[in-house]
Design a protein around this ligand. Structure first.
Ligand code: C2E
Ligand code: MG
Ligand code: MG
Ligand code: MG
Length: 287
């Protein structure tokens, strides 16, 4: 233990710990005001339909406009929000904000866009979740099929019965369900049989070297085939090169998402990019 290694060491260790803990507490306190202060925003990252070359799907990714620290990525505050339980309120805000965006896009060229939102598995514990999502859709008068919910495989490890029930209710509403970061979780494949899944998102770690590593290519092709044989669509995450895009299209992956097509951007930027045809679609003279 640090304590046994002399006084200086001990002090250094505890001060470091304190700094970290102080920062954490401070951020948690800021987080408690963030909703009331309207400090969250949703960025949108388009998903390219590899069959049509069109964009009809986007993923909403939360950002926190922190009053002193600038724009924070979810990795800097979502884990904290999960620990404190604030994730439930944040998740409700995300769903409502996405519904508002869908309502804004009604009657515009973007009316067919579906928005995927990320939910933390913890949010499924709350029995009010499905009712609240339904209420948000109704309040903004948007069809449930315009909304997709992304969850990671962790939800298939614990509380399986309860989670299955929640997801079935959500799917019955007409909301689409996607499994995020597919392939890196610890769950069994049995859930693909038992849960009403619409979409698998192949984790970025398989896509990064998919054109250079045989094993990643084999896994990616197998996931696409497995999903398609079960009537499930596939999104590839983290597509950064034209070669990856070509590979995915060649192997009948449905959608591609990644920096090659676009980074996550504010809705106004997305609208402008769509309007002006600025997004990369991978359509070259030869394809
Ligand atoms: P995710 O849902 O798997 O989202 C994809 C992440 O990968 C995003 O990071 C996105 O910016 C990044 N990404 C997309 N394309 C590429 C690429 O080509 N290359 C690389 N290197 N990265 C790419 P982001 O926005 O920082 O979000 C991180 C994670 O935070 C998300 O992973 C999701 O798990 C979580 N998250 C985001 N928004 C929310 C939210 O509203 N609620 C909850 N509970 N979690 C959220
Ligand atoms: Mg996601
Ligand atoms: Mg993901
Ligand atoms: Mg991820």
């Amino acid at each position: 233990r640090a304590k046994d290694q002399g006084r200086n060491m001990y002090q250094f260790y505890t001060e470091g710990m304190q700094d970290k803990e102080v920062m954490r507490l401070e951020l948690d306190k800021d987080l408690s005001h963030a909703l009331a202060n309207d400090e969250f925003i949703l960025y949108y990252q388009p998903q390219l339909d590899l069959t049509t070359g069109k964009i009809n799907n986007v993923e909403a990714l939360i950002r926190w406009q922190h009053p002193r620290r600038g724009l924070l990525a979810p990795g800097e505050f979502i884990p904290l929000a999960e620990e404190s339980g604030r994730i439930n309120d944040i998740g409700r805000w995300v769903v409502r904000a996405a519904c508002k965006q869908l309502a804004k896009w009604k009657g515009t060229p973007y009316r067919n866009i579906r928005i995927a939102v990320n939910l933390s598995g913890l949010e499924l514990d709350d029995d009010d979740l499905v009712g609240d999502i339904q209420a948000a859709l109704k309040a903004e008068q948007v069809p449930p099929s315009s909304l997709e919910v992304e969850l990671t495989e962790e939800i298939f490890i614990q509380n399986i019965e309860h989670n299955l029930n929640q997801l079935s209710r959500l799917r019955k509403l007409g909301v689409h369900l996607a499994i995020d970061d597919f392939g890196v979780g610890y769950s069994s494949l049995a859930y693909l049989r038992d849960f009403p899944v619409d979409m698998l998102k192949i984790d970025r770690s398989f896509i990064t070297h998919v054109t250079r590593r045989h094993d990643d290519a084999v896994i990616t092709r197998a996931v696409i085939n497995l999903a398609h044989n079960l009537g499930i669509q596939v999104v590839a995450e983290g597509v950064e090169t034209q070669e990856q895009l070509n590979f995915l299209r060649h192997h009948s992956c449905n959608l591609a998402q990644g920096f090659l097509i676009s980074r996550p951007i504010p809705p106004e930027d997305l609208e402008r990019a769509l309007e002006e045809g600025l997004l990369f679609t991978g359509v070259t003279a030869s394809s």
